[in-house]
Ligand binder design. Structure first.
Ligand SMILES: CC(C)(COP(=O)(O)OP(=O)(O)OC[C@H]1O[C@@H](n2cnc3c(N)ncnc32)[C@H](O)[C@@H]1OP(=O)(O)O)[C@@H](O)C(=O)NCCC(=O)NCCS
Length: 146
């Protein structure tokens, strides 16, 4: 199977949204077409997508400041394509990009309800560190963000 990985484009949105929903990683607030478009407008390689022909079957989002701290989010592979090494390839592409920009380590968050996925990350060289609780605040409530 010839799987190609490339930066996300706006025209991929419908398929990307479907993948994130299917993978239980879709967050209405941050995963609107506009918010993702802003992200890639600021940093065009910060969302990578995998394709089998015209079918979008994988994703990884990169959040880094090119030197201090780097994260990956939304690593997903379509159900029918799991277990073929595509998730590891996407993760490795994200790591390469972060490294090429001066990053030192890569961090990620695992939902407590999806703890089994830690095995996947361990196989890819990740080690567990402390547990933290997310906190957040809407600093722009007048926009009516949900
Ligand atoms: C996690 C995910 C991206 C892995 O993608 P993938 O293409 O199936 O991964 P790979 O084929 O590269 O898997 C490599 C290894 O990890 C293991 N693995 C993959 N997903 C796993 C899981 N959820 N739990 C335990 N082990 C897993 C595989 O068994 C495989 O092991 P092997 O090399 O010994 O055979 C994919 O399962 C997925 O999209 N899951 C739903 C979304 C999700 O939970 N994302 C992570 C958010 S933090």
């Amino acid at each position: 199977m010839d799987i190609k990985i490339r930066p996300y484009q706006d025209t991929d949105y419908k398929q990307l949204r479907r993948l994130l929903v299917e993978s239980d990683l879709y967050y209405e607030k941050i995963d609107s077409k506009e918010r993702i478009s802003n992200k890639v407008g600021n940093d065009k390689n910060s969302v990578l997508v995998a394709f089998d022909g015209k079918k979008l079957i994988g994703s990884v989002f990169i959040l880094d400041d090119r030197g201090w701290l780097s994260f990956v989010f939304h690593l997903a592979v379509a159900q029918a394509y799991r277990g073929m090494g595509i998730g590891s390839r996407l993760l490795s592409e994200a790591e390469k990009l972060i490294k090429s920009r001066g990053g030192h380590e890569v961090y990620l968050l695992i939902d407590t309800e999806n703890i089994e996925v830690a095995e996947f990350y361990k196989k890819n060289g990740y080690k567990e560190s402390g547990l933290y609780r997310w906190m957040g605040k809407d600093i722009n409530p007048e926009t009516g963000n949900p």
